[in-house]
Each structure stands twice: as C-alpha cells, then as structure tokens.
Design a protein around this ligand. Structure first.
Ligand SMILES: [Zn+2]
Length: 181
C-alpha cells in the first residue's frame, strides 16, 4: 500500500536537496499535491486486475484492440514513459469484455516498470485467463529518461513485441496481426 505521508516527506527532501525554499507561496502545498499525484500515477500497487470472461460461441478469428494509451514509470530513473499498446488474440473457448483490456494495462502500467516486463505482464495475464490459441502484445512508447535527459533523442520510440501460441508459430497470422497496427 502506498504511504501518502512518506511521499510528502520525500517531496520535501527533494525541495531541500535542490536548494528551494519549501515555504514559499508556490511550494507550500507541493508535497501534498506531489503525494496525491504519485498515489494516482502508481495506483497499480493498490489494485489487482479482476477479469471476467465470456463464452466465445465458436468465434475463432483474430480479435484486435489497438491504440490503447498508457503511461508508466521507468524503474531505472523514476521518469515517465508513455505510448500505446496493441493487443490481439485468437480465442479458443473464452473471450474477454473489451473494456477489461485497457483496465489490465492501466493496472500493470501504474507501477515502476520496464517496457519489456510491462509487455510480458499484459500477455501473461491474458494467456492465463483466456487460454487463447494465440496472443500478441505490442507496446510502443517514448521514455522521458531518453527524450529529456541523457542522449536527448526527442523522437525515438521503443517498441516491444511479444507473441505466444499460433501467433508465435504462424508467420502469416503474425503478419495479419502486425498489419492491423
Ligand atoms: Zn529510464
């Protein structure tokens, strides 16, 4: 569980560390605002995905949900990374309610992450709950630790692709998947 008081203290320490006057007008309530913002931005620590599935009724073609926006925090720099996720699967017996996929992404992304793990987290939970014939997850994002600092490559994006089942084995199906993005 996130400790709001400790987040406030951490913010005060940052203000002190950079030599700011934490009592000046503009900063007076900053620790409280910071704490509230981080509680929201890291809400994945306080939530677990709740997944309900439905009978696929024989539908056995690709189901694709694309351009799902997300933002997360790079665990190496505590700086945001943000972008889009595309998820596709070929069901066997079960399908999932459409709104559940963005909800899953929301929970896994609102933690300290790296993009590779985020991609795997999304795929693995859907694989476990749906037991689909095939599944793929593509995450494309900008990392502020790369665009604003360090090498400062403003337009660079990181893309991770992860496949399982017949989407991993079958090249044509994978091309169909990638063609949907
Ligand atoms: Zn980073």
């Amino acid at each position: 569980m996130i400790n709001e008081k400790k987040l406030e203290k951490a913010c005060e320490l940052i203000l002190e560390a950079i030599g700011e006057n934490k009592n000046r007008e503009g900063l007076k309530n900053t620790p409280i605002r910071f704490s509230k913002a981080f509680k929201e931005l890291l809400s994945g620590y306080n939530n677990t995905p709740n997944i309900t599935t439905f009978d696929s009724e024989g539908f056995n073609e690709l189901i694709f949900v694309k351009d799902i926006n997300f933002s997360s925090f790079c665990e190496h720099h505590l700086l945001p990374f943000y972008g889009t996720v595309h998820v596709g699967y070929i069901p066997d017996k079960k399908i999932i309610g459409l709104s559940k996929i963005p909800r899953i992404i929301e929970i896994f992304s609102k933690k300290l992450q790296n993009q590779e793990r985020l991609t795997m987290n999304i795929l693995n939970i859907l694989k476990t709950k749906l037991k689909p014939r095939g599944i793929g997850v593509v995450v494309e994002s900008s990392h502020m630790c790369m665009t604003l600092r360090g090498v400062k490559k403003n337009n660079s994006k990181m893309k991770t692709l992860y496949f399982d089942g017949i989407l991993k084995e079958n090249k044509n199906l994978r091309s169909e998947f990638l063609g949907n993005i």
